[in-house]
Design a binder for this molecule. Structure first.
Ligand SMILES: [Zn+2]
Length: 253
């Protein structure tokens, strides 16, 4: 919902496209008199509008099957198993969750959980903001028309707190062991285990912190890694990897 307005399908199943008929639904808001968004701009077409910073939310509970950059923008696929049902969301400017592939992150999402910020298809000259949504009864080849299903949807308000800016990244899943206002620390696992995916995802990212623990031999060993936005700690991440390698010969793969 945006300003009490329900999203609608601005371009539906089967509409002609360069590479054959449209296999999903483009989602925007119906233009109303007085809307500040001119036609042929990123925020508006003749009949529809899409303001900046509108969140895409998960259509139903599920597990994030994939989340990351594609040629069509940031995209998310949610697996709604055990039924063979998945939903696909694309043309987003960011993913509000850990990037993942083939459900490696195991990240669960609930119906209505924000999963990304709606943007435009980078291949579109007008850069018209809209969410491209697909429903798959199996894989991408099994896309079906969502129009009949959308009618029965429940519409929700933007679930983000209004006072805070949208998160640029969200923490990946993992047991949280300590927390304060600015830092979050999670266990990186036991000796001999491979690093969890969320640690791998931090590789090269900014704002990474570590906690060291002195072991029985007096050797400092990294036990926790945390991240916080706004400061560059790439070198610490690398350092952490080196320490861990030396400490237990469990190389990152
Ligand atoms: Zn589309």
């Amino acid at each position: 919902m945006w300003n009490g307005r329900k999203p609608v399908i601005s371009s539906g199943w089967g509409s002609p496209r360069k590479h054959g008929p449209h296999r999903g639904a483009d989602i925007m808001f119906k233009r109303e008199k007085g809307d500040p968004f001119p036609d042929r701009t990123p925020n508006g077409s003749k009949w529809h509008v899409m303001p900046d910073d509108v969140v895409a939310v998960a259509a139903s509970d599920g597990i994030v099957w994939s989340a990351g950059w594609t040629s069509g923008g940031f995209a998310v696929v949610i697996d709604h198993g055990p039924q063979k049902v998945a939903t696909f969301y694309t043309h987003m400017s960011t993913v509000l969750g850990a990037p993942t592939d083939r459900a490696k992150s195991g990240q669960r999402v609930y119906a209505g959980q924000p999963i990304g910020i709606i943007d435009f298809d980078p291949r579109d000259g007008q850069r018209l903001k809209h969410l491209h949504f697909e429903l798959w009864l199996g894989g991408p080849k099994d896309a079906v028309d969502v129009a009949p299903i959308i009618k029965s949807w429940e519409y929700i308000k933007d679930p983000r707190p209004t006072s805070s800016p949208p998160p640029k990244t969200m923490t990946a899943p993992g047991p949280m062991v300590a927390r304060n206002a600015s830092l979050q620390y999670r266990s990186i696992g036991e000796r001999g285990e491979n690093y969890p995916d969320w640690v791998r995802a931090l590789d090269g990212k900014s704002g990474v912190y570590v906690i060291r623990e002195i072991d029985a031999n007096g050797t400092p060993e990294v036990v926790y890694v945390g991240s916080s936005q706004g400061r560059l700690y790439d070198t610490l991440t690398r350092h952490f990897q080196i320490v861990r390698h030396e400490a237990q010969e469990a190389p990152m793969t």
